[in-house]
Design a binder for this molecule. Structure first.
Ligand code: FSO
Ligand code: SF4
Length: 550
């Protein structure tokens, strides 16, 4: 028995109760719940420590990494969660000691901050009890429970982006402070529905700041993306494939493979890496992109003739025919899968990956060149803003469609492919995140030299999309909602929840969301979102296009 409904593929659209549709076992789900319980207990202690000026960046970073590990398709390894659990307790007790030393008085903490599991007994069974407790604490108020889950899942998204940002030296104490506040709030029984709505929107606000930090980290380290053609056809030679979202870890692979003759390919959400000039210029062996979105990895990884590194989600339970050439790093894990821990410099030693790549055949021939284009992030777009504005004013561009978000396995996601195919010729499609793989290689042509399909980047580059929309709105002196722009989004996991909360925080109206609406939103919460923000489910491509263009 388990309870999880944090992602879009949740069983029967209602929650995974027997086994995760993602492959997560009830035991792993329970130890993840146990870890979250401990982080909720750590939060009040960390907040008190902060009040007293005790700042512990190591604990803040640990908290984000541990939360990240509980996201969909990140870590399936019970033993790794046991380590996180032990560390959470150690950090909590360390902070308590520091507080006592500083104040000279013994403090009283909420009960949750004293909790310690019995390590001689099943952690999974204890995690399951705690999960049931969490559910029953919300009493019979299904709407409050729905919002509590929205907060918890939204925080997971924020923590993952904060994890990425800090890897690039970008941190803002307000993000950590808020993560602790939101974790601590999950224990509160006195908050009204409106309070929970406010907290959820505050997640959107903090997530905007977190994505801004990550944007600063990416552009500060690797330069502003520029439109770049990326081969999606392999070339002959030994090969490494890097998947996930982590640019600094991709760079570490590139650095360590200089002079080895190995060609490095990106997979999934790392496609936008090719747009960053400093990566492309420094590492010519960062060659092309292989494969599509995460849910196709079991086929694509099996076929890839080299070693593979999974830097973040979305990891699927690996199949036997490629497990030995797959390596996980950072928060990612699966029992029995090769794991390369970080060294002191924040990066693993990738020697085993290089050795595996050299041992495997690599690509035996160079395929005829096929390319896609990426790198239309905010700087590139704002650089041609005058041109775009002139095309809109001249009636050459009628409408923009932001078709972005995550991909997934469900067949009804074909909606997004069909929609993009049917977008009229005088409209432009902006895209981001892994949902784009449903149409990323389509040639939609150009309008006045402006490509009709523009890849802004990863899911976190929603920040870039927001900046582009704000710049257009300013140029036309209108509100973003008055722009000829429709957002048709696909969601899958908790990063997407955080991004959606950001868009709602910004007051963006009329978002269409699919392929299904989140199971954790109760009917009243959904009603509230549709009344306030006109958030609506996708319907059919024809009907939605007609409505957007009306
Ligand atoms: Fe996709 Fe996975 Fe980037 Fe997600 S690879 S589904 S929203 O992790 O983060 O878009
Ligand atoms: Fe189910 Fe998604 Fe939770 Fe996995 S992460 S157990 S698929 S709801």
């Amino acid at each position: 028995m388990m309870f999880c409904e944090q992602c879009e593929q949740t069983a029967s659209g209602q929650g995974c109760h027997q086994w995760g549709a993602c492959g997560k076992s009830p035991e792993v789900n329970a130890v993840q719940d146990l870890l979250i319980h401990l982080l909720r207990g750590l939060a009040p202690v960390a907040l008190r420590a902060r009040e007293l000026g005790i700042l512990q960046p190591e604990i803040d970073r640990f908290t984000c990494e541990a939360i990240f590990a509980t996201m969909t398709n990140v870590n399936f390894d019970e033993s790794r969660f046991t380590t996180y659990i032990r560390r959470a307790i150690a950090y909590r007790e360390q902070l308590k000691t520091q507080i006592q030393q500083l104040t000279g008085v013994a403090q009283t903490w909420p009960a949750i901050s004293y909790y310690e599991p019995d390590f001689t007994d099943s952690l999974a069974a204890q995690g399951q009890d705690l999960a049931l407790q969490f559910i029953s604490q919300s009493g019979m108020n299904i709407d409050i429970f729905s919002l509590k889950l929205t907060v918890l899942y939204g925080i997971k998204g924020v923590a993952s982006y904060a994890f990425h940002a800090q890897e690039l030296g970008q941190e803002d104490d307000r993000v950590y402070q808020f993560c602790y506040e939101a974790l601590a709030a999950l224990e509160r029984q006195d908050l009204s529905l409106q309070d929970w709505v406010k907290l959820a929107l505050r997640i959107g606000e903090i997530n905007l700041r977190t994505m801004e930090l990550l944007d600063a980290g990416h552009t500060g380290t690797f330069g502003h993306p520029i439109p770049t053609s990326v081969p999606i056809s392999p070339r002959s030679g030994k090969a490494i494939l890097v998947s996930g979202h982590d640019l600094p870890q991709l760079e570490a692979v590139l650095k360590q493979t200089v002079g080895t003759g190995i060609t490095v390919y990106t997979h999934g959400e790392l496609l936008p890496a090719h747009g960053y000039p400093r990566l492309k210029q420094t590492y010519p062996h960062l060659y092309g992109h292989y494969g599509t979105a995460w849910q196709n990895q079991t086929k694509e990884f099996a076929k890839f003739p080299g070693a593979i590194v999974m830097t973040t989600n979305c990891l699927m339970p690996p199949h036997d025919n490629y497990q030995d050439k797959l390596f996980s790093i950072g928060p990612v894990g699966y029992p029995g899968l090769n794991y390369l821990p970080n060294r002191g410099n924040g990066h693993p030693d990738f020697t085993p990956v290089i050795e595996k790549a050299l041992e495997l055949p690599g690509f035996t021939e160079t395929e005829p060149l096929r390319q896609v284009t990426t790198g239309f992030a905010r700087n590139a777009m704002l650089g041609v803003a005058d041109h775009v504005i002139a095309a809109i004013k001249a009636g050459k561009i009628r409408h923009f469609f932001l078709v972005g978000g995550c991909d997934g396995a469900k067949p009804d996601r074909n909606y997004y492919t069909e929609l993009v195919e049917k977008v009229p010729n005088d409209c432009v499609v902006l895209t981001l995140a892994c949902g784009k793989f449903r149409f990323f290689d389509k040639n939609l042509g150009e309008i006045e030299g402006i490509p009709r399909l523009l890849d802004i980047g990863q899911c976190n580059d929603a920040y870039s999309a927001i900046q582009i929309a704000i710049a257009l709105a300013n140029a036309f002196e209108v509100d973003v909602n008055q722009l000829p722009l429709s957002m048709i989004l696909s969601w899958y996991e908790q990063k997407a929840i955080a991004v959606l909360l950001t868009l709602l925080y910004l007051g963006i109206q009329d978002i269409r969301l699919g392929p299904t609406l989140p199971a954790f939103l109760s009917s009243n919460v959904l009603k509230l979102l549709s009344e306030t923000y006109h958030l609506k489910p996708i319907s059919t491509p024809d009907a939605d296009l007609a409505a957007c263009l009306a």
